[in-house]
Design a protein around this ligand. Structure first.
Ligand code: FPP
Length: 244
């Protein structure tokens, strides 16, 4: 840990981020929206490195939602190109910090070049164990839950699962995110206070943190502020303070 980092106890195991405000950032500067995404892609590295430095074990970033496919073609194409170029550029960052990359979502809808690059980086980093970085791409939580329900229903139909045995754990095992624990801290930038179809099941007990900072301006100090804020909260999981 570097000297300038405050000593932090009770670090969230799983941090998830809705990186919002790229378009507004660009508009404020009188630039095209895509310039905001470029700047947003650059901001990703500091959050990844800081989480790794602090000892966060899982970081999940909402990089592209199922709804984002409806944006103008230029914007979608730019985001896909940015994904490919960022993956190429950031592989050393992942290796140097011992971070493995994963992706969740309807990945088959991504352009072939993006799928290929993604698989290459996933493969190259699969044995890294310090932190797991997951990109939610072409991701929608309702779509994920529909796939969970379909899979469980077909197991029941085939006689491999009893209805009475369906519980939290069975659902967890069928989620795209089955390799991770639930989210502890969910951060959304840009002042919007919505979940926007992100990890609906996984945030059941997450602390929610909203900041006015636009994603391209989000830096190490903003992340540390969010973690301090998280540490000041009492997570009761339905119990009383006295029971904790
Ligand atoms: C929301 O801003 C952001 C996105 C839809 C995409 C997030 C993508 C990046 C940060 C860059 C690429 C990511 C990686 C991992 C390489 P918005 O466009 O909705 O902003 P607005 O609400 O101000 O219009």
């Amino acid at each position: 840990m570097t000297k300038d980092l405050p000593k932090l106890k009770n670090i969230p195991t799983h941090v998830a981020v809705i990186m919002d405000g790229n378009g507004r950032w660009a508009k404020k500067q009188g630039l095209m929206r895509v310039r905001g995404h470029e700047k947003g892609a650059k901001a990703v590295r500091q959050t990844v490195e800081t989480c790794a430095e602090l000892g966060v074990k899982y970081l999940t970033l909402y990089a592209f939602s199922t709804e984002n496919w409806k944006r103008p073609k230029l914007e979608v194409d730019t985001l896909m190109k940015l994904l490919v170029s960022s993956l190429k550029k950031e592989l050393p960052t992942l290796q140097n910090n011992n971070i493995s990359l994963k992706a969740v979502g309807a990945l088959e809808l991504l352009p072939a070049t993006a799928q290929k690059e993604l698989q290459e980086v996933i493969q190259a980093t699969k044995d890294n164990s310090h932190m797991s970085l997951t990109l939610a791409l072409s991701y929608g939580s309702r779509e994920e839950l529909i796939s969970v329900i379909k899979n469980i229903a077909s197991q029941v139909k085939d006689g491999n699962l009893e209805i009475e045995d369906i519980d939290n754990e069975v659902i967890h095992q069928h989620l795209y995110t089955s390799f991770m624990p639930d989210v502890d801290l969910l951060i959304r930038t840009s002042g919007e206070q919505r979940i926007s179809n992100f990890l609906l099941w996984q945030i059941a007990y997450a602390e929610l943190y909203f900041t006015e900072v636009l994603w391209p301006d989000f830096r190490k100090e903003h992340l540390i502020e969010a973690i301090y804020n998280y540490q000041d909260r009492e997570r009761r999981f339905g119990k009383t303070s006295e029971q904790l």
